[in-house]
Design a protein around this ligand. Sequence first.
Ligand SMILES: NC(=O)c1ccc[n+]([C@@H]2O[C@H](COP(=O)([O-])OP(=O)(O)OC[C@H]3O[C@@H](n4cnc5c(N)ncnc54)[C@H](OP(=O)(O)O)[C@@H]3O)[C@@H](O)[C@H]2O)c1
Length: 258
Amino acid sequence: MSRGLALVTGATAGIGREFAEQLATRGYDLILVARDQNRLAHVAATLASAYGVATEGFPADLTTDDDVTRLAERIGASARLTILVNNAGFGTRGRLAGADPEKQVAMVRLHTLAPMRLIQAALPVMLRSRTGAIVNVSSVASFIYSAGNANYCATKAYLTTLSEGLAAELAGTGVQVQALCPGFTRTEFHQRMGLADRLPRFAWMSPGAVVGYSLRCLDRGGPTVCVPGLGFRVLVAIIRLTPRRLLGWVTRRRYDRV
Ligand SMILES: NC(=O)c1ccc[n+]([C@@H]2O[C@H](COP(=O)([O-])OP(=O)(O)OC[C@H]3O[C@@H](n4cnc5c(N)ncnc54)[C@H](OP(=O)(O)O)[C@@H]3O)[C@@H](O)[C@H]2O)c1
């Protein structure tokens, strides 16, 4: 019997690397996507030898149309594709007025356009086989807006809303959709942003716990919006009950003090 095939973007570090490993332990063959070719080849070889699955490194910069098109074509030709994890992402700090415009455009492309196009490529394959799962790695930030983080929150809100709408469209088809909304997770994310680690240890989750929770939610068939960690689920519940104007007041006060 042929094994399932999973595609993970941003598979060389952090949450994506963990998805690749946990899916490999479940016996999935893997297509792994990131920009750094050497690192990609190393992760692909390590997982293939540790878990006896087939792995393919697919170097791509998903902020570019050409690379997204190449990957979409690869997906269209993958009849066994059962899981798509749209995970690649990055953060920046600072007010939009002073931010590097190219980087902000790249963020919109990576967090919104690329996942949308990859989902469109994957859906015909999954709908044909009447099985599959799409995981969009969003964030707790998708429920708030934040001074100094305006574009990031907005792109993640897109991913969460897209996932909820898609889940409604796909009900009864056998294809699941999940918006995975982690809080602070120990990966390379904050270090790549050049942020000092000032939060207490209890505020962080491990990528292993985040991905384990995501896969357990898929096993149970939901919910669509998946928030790992009891503390973050309580936080999201509070945010959802908080008037938007009050969120604005809090974020302005916090940012002015930084
Ligand atoms: N860590 C957190 O606290 C946290 C919380 C909530 C949500 N998230 C979300 O979780 C996702 C994964 O983040 P992480 O924390 O695991 O980050 P990470 O450790 O920095 O890993 C990012 C991964 O994405 C790849 N990547 C970055 N830019 C790319 C591009 N243009 N094209 C293709 N691949 C690219 C990186 O590889 P290359 O550099 O080689 O391309 C790397 O494999 C992101 O969407 C992030 O927004 C993270």
